[in-house]
Design a binder for this molecule. Structure first.
Ligand code: SF4
Ligand code: SF4
Length: 145
């Protein structure tokens, strides 16, 4: 399956991936409206880590043998049969945070609006995830390896 891979040597630490992810996940999908009217609920599904001069984006690895799926007590965390992405069905999520505790990448977060988890879904409705499309330095690639 296609996954997002990081080329940390090209990452500028500009956080445009985080911003574009927040906008895509906002209600308005418009950057100005999102950052003025929805500021309290904006949430990105990835985070940029900085260590000295090195920076890189961290997001779900869509693990082949995903610990979060095994740990989920309701079956909310599942693999999408079409894309292979690990996704969370928010209507089934009980907010027990088991997936957060077992994820080795720290890629699952508590949702800011409801007591359900929030995670990367590889931008299921898009051809290419918006973080990859909007990275100005091609530090993120979406490919099969
Ligand atoms: S959320 Fe964590 S454990 Fe689950 S597939 Fe993604 S990286 Fe793997
Ligand atoms: S793939 Fe989409 S949802 Fe996932 S981090 Fe990138 S922009 Fe956000």
């Amino acid at each position: 399956m296609k996954r997002i891979y990081v080329r940390e040597e090209y990452c500028l630490g500009c956080r445009l991936c985080e911003i574009n992810c927040m906008v895509r996940r906002s209600r308005s999908k418009k950057i100005i409206k999102a950052f003025t009217r929805e500021r309290d609920t904006l949430q990105a599904s990835l985070r940029v880590e900085n260590t000295g001069p090195l920076s890189f984006a961290v997001q779900c690895r869509h693990c082949t043998d995903a610990p979060c799926i095994a740990a989920c007590i309701t079956g909310a965390m599942r693999r999408d049969p079409q894309t292979g992405a690990v996704v969370c069905d928010e209507t089934r999520c009980a907010g027990c945070w088991s997936c957060i505790m077992v994820c080795p990448a720290g890629a699952v977060q508590r949702g800011r609006e409801h007591k359900v988890v929030s995670k990367c879904d590889l931008c299921m409705s898009e051809n290419t995830p918006v973080c990859v499309v909007n990275c100005p330095n091609e530090a993120l690639v979406y490919e099969e390896r």
